[in-house]
Design a protein around this ligand. Structure first.
Ligand SMILES: NC(=O)c1ccc[n+]([C@@H]2O[C@H](COP(=O)([O-])OP(=O)(O)OC[C@H]3O[C@@H](n4cnc5c(N)ncnc54)[C@H](O)[C@@H]3O)[C@@H](O)[C@H]2O)c1
Length: 335
């Protein structure tokens, strides 16, 4: 029988607890340690995982003989934590975005490439049931050849900005909405349509003037395969959060988001007629349990990582390029 994969998790936020739940649900894994600077969050994790050891200093936790680490810390810390754990010989699953700059993302990618352990970036839309179904339909050719794809990350971070624990690191200019949250929509489009070669962004700031970055962006993009796309990102809009996405192809269209119980699927039947179907899907927009299960399976069964550091790097580069373009007033930026 294989030894259980011994996990540590950095961060004890709600998102981190979802990852811990993923570890708990995987038969061949066990949570041995968790870490946070905040006493309240440490105590809450302790109630759920009384057999695991609590740490305030992640460097001390990394001495616990862990096999694998999940990094759910502020984005600014991903580089130092991931590189250190990889250098110490651990498998690492890092939350999105891989990093806030191309330079930091590349440093993580270099450390991952130099390691014989598994490194995966947690782009959770790749586990959201509606997007998984959409990808399956696109890959099966059900909407023909892709023509235009769009996605949006529409949120309101107002209450988060007011919380010093959660808000301060999100006010860093490098942690603008496009790189920090928009990376979900950008990665989804890259997953569906492939690599982006050029972007053109515009932006404004009408909701939160005190922010050091524009709160609302829109960008058009060209993909390597000739597909064109659009992404809308706002950390301020007055509505419920959504990742509404539409994928257009020569024979059909898929309309989906992460909070509806069905996706709308238009397709051309054998007689050439356009048909519509409502395809039921589970709603699970933070499916860390599936993400962690895949990571454990990759470790356990020596499988290839799909959401590699390179994937994370390309998503960061696309996001950073959109902001760069918008900051120059919409000048196109080639990747
Ligand atoms: N996949 C998703 O949908 C999703 C959702 C939310 C957040 N995230 C990502 O998860 C990460 C964490 O975000 P969050 O919402 O949990 O943030 P958060 O601000 O709620 O929690 C971050 C935690 O990290 C702790 N922390 C800060 N510095 C630390 C250090 N040096 N050592 C140990 N702990 C430290 C803080 O005390 C805090 O409890 C970010 O990368 C974020 O982008 C992803």
């Amino acid at each position: 029988m294989k030894n259980k994969i011994r996990f540590g998790v950095i961060g004890c936020s709600g998102m981190a607890l979802r990852h811990m739940e993923g570890v708990k649900q995987y038969e061949n894994a066990t949570l041995v340690a968790y870490c946070d600077l905040d006493d309240g969050r440490l105590a809450a994790a302790g109630e759920l995982y009384p057999d695991a050891k609590a740490f305030k200093d992640y460097k001390e936790m990394l001495k616990e003989g862990l096999d694998a680490l999940i990094v759910v810390s502020p984005d600014q810390l991903h580089r130092e934590m991931c590189v250190e754990a990889l250098n110490l010989g651990m498998h690492v699953l890092c939350e999105k975005p891989l990093a806030l700059t191309e330079e930091d993302a590349k440093a993580i990618m270099d450390a991952a490439n130099a390691s014989d352990k598994k490194f995966m970036v947690g782009q959770i839309c790749r586990y959201t049931p509606s997007f998984v179904k959409a990808k399956e339909l696109v890959d099966a050719g059900r909407i023909g050849e892709l023509t235009f794809v769009e996605s949006e990350y529409a949120h309101d971070y107002g209450h988060i900005y007011e919380d010093p624990l959660r808000g301060n690191w999100r006010k860093d200019p490098l942690r603008n909405g496009v790189v920090g949250g928009g990376c979900h929509a950008i990665d989804l489009l890259r997953w569906i349509a492939g690599d982006v070669i050029e972007v053109c962004g515009i932006s404004n700031k009408k909701y939160y003037p005190e922010l050091p970055y524009d709160d609302t962006h829109v960008a058009v993009m060209k993909f390597e395969n000739g597909v064109i796309g659009k992404v809308f990102v706002s950390v301020a809009v007055k509505r419920n959060g959504t990742l509404r996405s539409v994928f257009y192809g020569t024979k059909g269209t898929i309309i989906t988001d992460n909070s509806s119980e069905s996706i709308t699927f238009f397709y051309t039947d054998d007689e050439g007629k356009l048909q519509t179907e409502s395809v039921p899907v589970d709603v699970n927009s933070h499916n860390a349990v599936a993400e962690v299960a895949e990571f454990c399976d990759i470790i356990d069964n020596e499988k290839e990582v799909l959401t590699t550091a390179l994937e994370g790097y390309k998503t960061v580069k696309t996001a950073v390029s959109i902001v760069k373009s918008a900051d120059m007033g919409g000048v196109p930026v080639k990747l």
